[in-house]
Design a protein around this ligand. Structure first.
Ligand code: ARG
Length: 274
């Protein structure tokens, strides 16, 4: 019998998918020709938010803006560790204006240690905080130079990882943190990474949960864990079974509409790391 894992209360920032649609294509998941059910997207997002609240987490909501359909993917707009905020700088011009809306939100909330990056940096899309190191992806969106910038601004050690498959264009489509701290634990899909990055992950996380192709292909690695409960896309049943075997409690949610933009639970969830 496994000892139950301990959840810790989290502080999340989300953005309502009021203007969500797939109007352009900046990743292989996005096809502007495929219709998006806006009402269903809203219902799926609300179910995600309600799930966090039911688990006792705090969720704050940023006001969405017309003309910014991807603003629902709040994870891309800042990296926050303690009282330090590193803003975002998007690769695609279609998303560029999102960064400023989030910057203003942090200013209004009283954050003073706020830096806007000089390098392209899609925030938690490519940065994953283990409580000890910041795992940082590059290859498709975030510039490798942004990794050094994140280390300097946030004052945490950064480990650079290279993504090699365009379907897994952000680190958070291929890897997520299950448990933070001394015994940090992750789940990831090795094929999304370069050979060298795979070796780095094997060294750092010899006991990691290794995801199968089918679970990666439904964006199953875009999960959110509070150390015990793990929110995953509905189709990631293999990964859910693996996690249950390790003592986690998977919670499967339908995110079909958000996935049409290449998103999932984590993309919609920025964490204010305390
Ligand atoms: N359509 C968005 C984009 O391509 C999806 C972003 C998903 N966010 C994430 N953290 N992976 O930029």
């Amino acid at each position: 019998m496994l000892a139950p894992l301990q959840a810790t209360t989290r502080h999340y920032v989300m953005c309502t998918p009021k203007y969500f649609t797939v109007a352009y294509s900046i990743n292989p998941w996005m096809d502007p020709g495929t219709p998006v059910d806006a009402d269903l997207a809203m219902a799926q997002w609300e179910a995600l938010k309600r799930t966090y609240e039911r688990l006792g987490h705090v969720v704050e909501v940023v006001e969405p803006q017309p003309g910014l359909p991807d603003m629902v993917f709040a994870a891309n707009s800042a990296t926050v560790i303690d009282d330090r905020v590193l803003g975002a700088r998007f690769r695609a011009p279609q998303r560029a204006a999102e960064a400023e809306h989030f910057r203003r939100w942090f200013v209004t909330r009283g954050y003073r240690n706020l830096v806007m990056p000089s390098r392209i940096n899609e925030a938690e899309g490519d940065f994953a905080w283990t409580g000890r190191v910041l795992l940082a992806g590059s290859g498709f969106r975030t510039d490798p130079e942004a990794h050094a910038e994140a280390q300097e601004v946030l004052g945490v050690p950064v480990v650079s990882l290279r993504l090699v498959d365009p379907r897994y264009y952000h680190l958070d489509t291929a890897l997520f943190v299950l448990e933070r701290g001394e015994r940090a634990q992750i789940a990831y899909f090795p094929e999304a990474f370069s050979a060298g990055s795979r070796r780095v992950l094997e060294r750092m996380f010899p006991d990691a949960v290794i995801a199968e192709q089918a679970d990666a292909a439904c964006l199953g690695l875009n999960g959110v864990s509070d150390g015990r409960h793990v929110v995953l896309p509905l189709e990631a049943t293999g990964l859910a079974a693996q996690l249950a075997g390790c003592g986690y409690e998977p919670i499967l949610l339908d995110v079909s509409e958000l996935r049409k933009s290449g998103g999932g639970p984590k993309c919609c969830t920025m964490e204010l790391h305390a």
